[in-house]
Design a protein around this ligand. Structure first.
Ligand code: FAD
Ligand code: SF4
Ligand code: SF4
Length: 480
């Protein structure tokens, strides 16, 4: 084994080819090409097969990374896939959009002197190969169980739970207010990070495995939580967080000052071939406009890069801290800069100017002051530094909070935290309502796909134990 592995001293880190910015700017296709088989094997062989693999410890799913890297280096791809899929319901998605620099790759021990192993790209390669070879199979249980589980929300958290429960034989019903499955994977995250076919084929697979989807079904409107509790033996709430944080500034109500998710959903729907009136009438289309995006997270990065592709005449991103202190991934900032986005660091909007529609953003420059209780330096306005940036479309990307789920679901006894996220017991994953569980962003607050998958898998285990205890079966822990 050692002969084949440990190549990090001889073989430099290499990523698959990235499309040229000029080509990227004209479409919504992913920007990274696929590894060729030999490249994947060579890059996987850089792994030093650590006794204590920090990559695995820092992957929220504790993926068995060293093993699938070794099998990839040996050309045993089907086995590599089996191992990758045993801990992750969407390895091809995580391989594409996990912030690996903060998780597995950022903790790879060879990172210090030699640059990390390209873990995410190999994970994607293994799973894409598995799809192409027909190794990815629907979740077909060995035996059916009569008990049913209702899952509210078809995002990664809900889908991971649905697959795990179906594998155990439960009758799984997923309810979502959208007309397609995937949550933010389908309507939030743009195609240049995650092409939509990748999400759609997972949907088809889960349907083939016998999971029932009830789409255009909004809990709170089409049924109350109580009604769903009456239909199923257990319920999982995985509804994500969607209330956009607002900006308190004069002129924020002007036309063409829009929330990020409205903008991204319109663009994604357009890409999927839907008719989108707000896009067609131009109000959510950046074409020919000077665009200003406010925010420094991943959502802001997705907005600026979408605006470039829609043909904006200029795209600026305002963020009140500096590059080193922004929450978004540095990789995405580099990609945005390559595509022509201008970052206006250390600046915050003071007011929006214009008659009916926005014509400009008055900004004030900031400097970073002393750190607050969280350890982050607080941005402090610099007096007399105001300036105006011209804009025809302003996109607010300041983050998301949970909606008022107890009120929306007609379930005031469902307990939430002071941030509005659903309170779920750490030990059991259960909420304050018997048999009602919760997972993903609605429990954590806005987070990551990989954490939603992890939570969904944990919730599936908890639901299984709960139902088995309820029906009086001896506690069983089935292998996932
Ligand atoms: P969601 O994906 O939000 O899914 C929740 C589902 O519940 C939705 O389909 C919704 O329609 C449904 N729902 C809500 N209320 C109801 C109701 N009352 N009745 C029925 N259905 C309902 N993470 C990464 O790891 N990498 C990234 O690059 C990344 N980029 C992102 C870009 C953007 C623009 C955004 C907004 C987020 C991004 N994230 C990224 C975060 C990631 O998408 C989320 O953490 C993840 O999708 C959360 O999964 P979830 O299943 O908890 O919720
Ligand atoms: Fe890394 Fe994410 Fe894959 Fe885990 S799931 S190995 S963090 S890319
Ligand atoms: Fe391989 Fe890096 Fe993980 Fe060590 S930390 S096992 S070198 S990928």
């Amino acid at each position: 084994m050692a002969e084949r592995m440990l190549k990090f001293t001889d073989v430099p880190k290499a990523m698959p080819e990235k499309r040229e910015p000029e080509a990227r700017r004209t479409d919504f296709n992913e920007i990274y090409q696929e590894f060729a088989r030999e490249q994947a094997a060579v890059q996987a062989a850089r792994c030093s097969q650590c006794g204590v693999p920090y990559c695995q410890i820092h992957c929220p799913l504790h993926n068995n990374i060293p093993d699938w890297l070794r099998l990839t280096a040996e050309g045993r791809l089907e086995e590599a896939y089996e191992i990758a899929a045993s801990t992750n319901n969407m390895p091809e998605v995580c391989g594409r959009i996990c912030p690996q620099d903060r998780l597995c790759e950022g903790n790879c021990v060879i990172e210090k002197g030699f640059e990390s192993v390209t873990i995410g790209t190999v994970e994607r390669f293994i799973t894409e190969t598995a799809w192409a070879e027909g190794w990815v199979k629907p979740p077909r249980p060995r035996r059916e169980r009569p008990e049913s589980v209702g899952i509210v929300g078809a995002g990664p958290g809900g889908l991971a739970a649905a697959e795990q429960l179906r594998r155990k034989g439960y009758q799984v019903h997923v309810y979502d207010r959208h007309d397609r499955v995937g949550g933010l994977l389908i309507y939030g995250i743009p195609g240049f990070k995650l092409e939509k076919d990748v999400v759609l084929r997972r949907w088809r697979l889960l349907e083939e495995g016998g999971i029932t989807f009830h789409l255009n079904f909004e809990v709170g409107r089409d049924a109350s939580l109580e009604e769903l509790r009456g239909r199923h033996d257990a319920i999982l709430i995985a509804t994500g967080v969607y209330k956009a944080r607002e900006l308190m500034a004069p002129g924020v109500g002007l036309g063409n000052v829009v929330p990020a998710l409205d903008y991204l959903v319109a663009s994604n729907r357009k890409g999927l071939g839907d008719s989108v009136p707000a896009f067609e009438d131009g109000s959510l289309d950046a074409n020919g406009k000077r665009v200003v995006v406010i925010g420094g997270g991943d959502t802001a990065m997705d907005c600026v890069r979408t605006a470039v592709r829609q043909g904006a005449t200029s795209v600026k991103c305002l963020y009140r801290r500096d590059r080193a202190n922004m929450p978004g991934s540095q990789r995405e900032v580099r990609n945005a800069e390559e595509e022509g986005v201008e970052f206006v660091w250390l600046s915050a909007p003071e007011a929006f100017v214009g008659e009916d529609t926005v014509a400009g953003v008055r900004i004030i420059r900031m400097h970073l002051g002393i750190a607050d209780a969280t350890g982050r330096q607080v941005p402090v306005p610099i007096e007399g530094s105001a300036a105006t940036i011209e804009a025809d479309l302003v996109i607010k990307a300041l983050g998301f909070d949970p909606e008022d789920v107890p009120a929306l679901f007609g379930a005031p006894e469902l307990k939430v935290t002071r941030w509005g996220t659903i309170r779920a017991e750490l030990a059991t994953g259960m909420t304050s309502l018997d048999g009602v569980f919760a997972a993903g962003d609605i429990v954590r607050g806005a987070s990551l796909v990989v954490w939603a998958i992890r939570d969904g898998r944990d919730a599936a285990e908890a639901i299984h134990s709960y139902i088995q205890a309820k029906i009086g079966a001896a506690p069983v822990k089935l292998a996932s």
